[in-house]
Design a binder for this molecule. Structure first.
Ligand code: ACM
Length: 643
């Protein structure tokens, strides 16, 4: 990036010329970008019906060629962007133009003279060719509309693979004409028709995004066996599982008719999903049904298999041959890694960088997911700091080159169509930058500054991550003002999946409409309070705007309590938050007191310290599936008042 002093104004005369190669996918991408630019600025551009005249265009777009007929990891996504007297965007492929258009939209700025694009020259290309987002639509089904708005958001941050997790113990989500009992009996009626699959794949291609389906085998497979129990390792009957976790249902690797069934199924799915990669899962086979089945045990003895890993490796080898027959490359989770597995199999690591490196050294291509599990409810900062290729793994360049990139994972246990965006975004935008940009781009403060802007820009695509919280809170207290609940929830974050399953575990049938569903991971208050406390503690006796800000936050914390108490009297669903409402009010009170002691240069009394310590202890507890996101700075502040 080289900045320059010029600018190109964005006004009603703004026009685009497409020169060189063109096609519908390109003009649609340009039209969508223009529409968003109009939305951002409120300006109606003059729309030429005649072919656009290059000499009058402020934005000239030039693509060399279409790019790959079926987008692959080899796709050229590079682009060059120059904002001088006009904007020139050139790329070798249409996909490169799409990436550049997103950069143009991110560059839009404004001042008293109006909207403009600042002078700049950019040469850009991704660090990793595989930059994915996994969406699990099995634990909770997600409609086509939810998937499509997330595809729009992915394109906006230059992610390029939708990993669509389509079968699980809790649901089978694709229509099969060949084996109709899969979706008829395995989905509660919540599945995508084949026309819908084609629609989503086309929608993704229009945005330069590949779609990699995952059908998890041999385990995580209860829903297949509701309709086809004959392919399982236990007699059944099987049901759609409502509980989450690892279940026992597993394909029987010992019988040829099982492979004939899988062959038939993959043969049906292969043309629906044109991507050359096909994910077969392979994770968390607990082997219980294999151990309990005398015929499978006899089969293992005949084959000389020493353990279930060997049996699963045999299954995977046969699966891999089926996939190659249908012109697909196999992708699977870490567990598939085995010396007997062909090297062209891609390993996706949910176990960590070391596991990924092990695969790469063994000659496998790899994708990293372990540090990008969104259900861990970690901060954007945490995910941003996790490099797919940290120096610590010490891979030789040839092995490192096998790491294709990474995928953010949105597992579906605790998300609904209403809350899923707020778990994916904006955190995934930070990871998208990790996958695209150089490893040296890691200024966390700058990342958060930009993330808060990008987050709002994603809303223009229909994403509800910024708005779903208030909507859920309104439903908890119909007709009432939600202000007190907003204050309370903004200081809290949802616990991670493990924590959520520890206490009063959710199932697929649990309504996800509680306060913890309205709480969002990595809330703004976490960084805001931390920064204000840090500044205050650096010089407590000094005045300054930050002091009034911190005082204002503590006052709000105090004031939410009577409001939340009144709402809880009307709305039983709010009652679970009363202890945390009381704690937050106490944190506000003691925060103000600590500021007072520190500003006056006096030491808080001993009994005050005892109360502060007890409060910190209490507020640290997870309750109602939430925890306070502000504990670190509050501990620092309270303990500073009486060390
Ligand atoms: C996984 O998390 N079991 C892939």
């Amino acid at each position: 990036v080289t900045w320059s002093t010029g600018r190109v104004a964005i006004d009603s005369t703004f026009g685009v010329a497409i020169v060189g190669y063109t096609e519908g996918r390109l003009t649609r991408a340009v039209d969508r970008a223009l529409r968003r630019l109009e939305g951002r600025t409120g300006i109606t551009f003059v729309r030429d019906t005649a072919p656009r005249d290059t000499s009058r265009a402020q934005l000239v777009v030039r693509a060399g060629k279409a790019g790959m007929a079926v987008q692959g990891v080899e796709e050229d996504e590079s682009y060059a962007l120059d904002v001088g007297t006009r904007v020139t965007l050139s790329a070798s492929t249409v996909v490169g133009v799409m990436r550049g258009l997103e950069t143009v939209l991110q560059l839009v700025d404004a001042d008293t003279a109006g909207y403009y694009l600042p002078g700049v020259s950019i040469q850009d290309k991704p660090r990793f060719p595989w930059r994915g987002l996994l969406i699990d639509v099995c634990r909770h089904f997600q409609s086509v509309a939810v998937i499509e708005r997330n595809l729009d958001a992915m394109a906006a941050v230059k992610l390029n693979v939708l990993h669509w997790h389509l079968s699980e113990d809790q649901g089978f989500r694709v229509e099969s004409k060949k084996y109709p009992k899969l979706h008829q009996l395995g989905s509660d009626g919540l599945y995508y028709t084949q026309d819908e699959i084609r629609e989503v794949v086309a929608y993704a291609r229009d945005r330069g995004i590949r779609v990699v389906p995952e059908f998890d085998m041999p385990a995580h497979s209860s829903s297949w066996f509701v309709g086809y129990p004959q392919y399982a390792s236990a007699p059944g009957p099987f049901v759609i599982e409502r509980a989450f976790g690892v279940h026992d249902a597993v394909f029987d690797p010992s019988r040829d008719e099982v492979y004939a069934f899988i062959d038939g199924f993959i043969g049906e799915m292969a043309p629906l999903f044109p991507d050359v990669y096909f994910h077969i899962g392979g994770d968390e086979a607990n082997g219980k049904e294999w151990n309990a089945n005398a015929r499978i045990q006899a089969f293992m003895r005949t084959k000389g298999f020493k353990d279930n890993e060997a049996l699963q490796a045999y299954f995977n080898q046969r699966l891999e041959k089926i996939l190659e027959k249908h012109n697909k490359h196999m992708v699977g989770w870490d567990e598939i890694l085995h010396p007997d597995l062909p090297h062209n199999v891609v390993v996706q690591s949910w176990r960590g960088q070391a596991s990924l490196a092990q695969g790469a050294k063994a000659g496998h291509l790899g994708i990293l997911s372990a540090p990008y599990y969104l259900d861990a409810m970690r901060s954007s900062e945490y995910h941003y700091g996790a490099d797919p290729l940290p120096d610590s793994v010490g891979l030789a360049p040839a092995d490192a080159a096998r790491v294709l990139g990474g995928e953010v994972c949105m597992w579906g246990e605790i998300v609904t169509p209403e809350t899923i965006d707020s778990r994916i975004w904006p955190r995934s935008a930070a990871v998208a930058e990790r996958f695209w940009s150089a490893s040296t781009v890691m200024d966390v403060d700058d990342m958060y500054r930009r993330l808060s802007v990008v987050s709002v820009e994603l809303e223009e695509l229909g994403l509800v991550h910024e708005s779903s919280s208030a909507r859920l809170l309104r439903r908890l207290v119909p007709g009432q003002h939600i202000g007190p609940l907003v204050t309370l929830v903004s200081a809290l974050e949802p616990v991670n999946l493990g924590g959520r399953m520890n206490v009063n575990p959710a199932t697929q049938l649990t309504p996800l409409t509680a306060l913890s569903d309205a709480a969002v991971p990595d809330p703004r208050a976490r960084r805001e309070v931390a920064a204000l406390v840090k500044t205050f503690l650096a010089n407590p006796a000094q005045g300054g705007g930050y002091r009034a800000q911190l005082t204002g936050i503590f006052d709000d914390w105090r004031e939410q309590r009577p409001g939340v108490t009144a709402l809880a009297a009307l709305s039983p669903a709010v009652r679970e938050a009363l202890p945390q409402s009381a704690d937050l009010a106490d944190l506000g009170t003691m925060g103000l007191e600590a500021m007072g002691y520190l500003a006056a240069g006096t030491v808080a009394p001993a009994d005050w310290k005892a109360r502060a310590t007890a409060l910190l202890e209490r507020a640290q507890q997870r309750r109602a599936h939430m925890r306070f996101a502000v504990m670190e700075p509050m501990r620092a502040l309270l303990l500073a008042a009486r060390p």
